[in-house]
Design a protein around this ligand. Structure first.
Ligand SMILES: [Zn+2]
Length: 175
């Protein structure tokens, strides 16, 4: 079956007549991130957009005070927090939410990998028991891209055909 998704010359995506409109996830980046860290956040956004294949799309927007956005914010780690948490994602009841990034805990860890995991939570994904992107434990080797387990959660949550998502690495079954 041919995809009804049309790629426009400017890189934006338009749904064909038979498609549901793609879901836009607006993201703003606020706080004391360096240019390099902002680039790593963009890297995570790009990887998710590649994997989501136009069905859902993250978009980094300027902070205009618009409601229902996801704000990625650099914060000092809270004392009462689990010590190993590098970041935390919190949905707000009205829509959108906050992604707190505890930069003081990062050391040499890669922000792009951590953001890939947190953007999974933004989409509503839960931790799974595997050694993969949505594992509860940070692991730089298993969290480089959107893998099958993460894509499968997205497919279930958003009622999307898994074969229309572009996960990385091995799938447990052929497709
Ligand atoms: Zn998590």
């Amino acid at each position: 079956m041919l995809s009804a998704m049309l790629w426009l010359a400017d890189g934006s995506v338009a749904a064909g007549p038979t498609d549901k409109p793609s879901v836009l996830v607006p993201v703003i980046v606020v706080g004391q991130f360096s240019d390099g860290q902002r680039a790593q956040i963009r890297e995570a956004v790009d990887e998710w957009n590649r994997a989501l294949n136009g069905h859902i799309r993250f978009e980094i927007q300027p902070d205009t005070g618009a409601p229902k956005v996801w704000a990625v914010t650099a914060t000092k780690s809270p004392m009462n927090n689990k010590k190993e948490a590098l970041a935390q994602t919190m949905a707000l009841p009205a829509g959108g939410g906050l992604v707190f990034v505890y930069l003081d805990r990062f050391g040499t860890r890669n922000l792009a990998g951590v953001m890939l995991h947190e953007f999974g939570h933004v989409l509503g994904l839960q931790h799974d028991g595997g050694h993969d992107l949505m594992s509860a434990t940070y692991n730089p080797y298993d969290q480089k891209c959107v893998d099958y387990a993460a894509a499968a959660q997205v497919a279930t949550l958003y009622s999307l055909p898994i074969e229309e998502l572009r996960w990385c690495g091995e799938a447990p079954t052929s497709h």
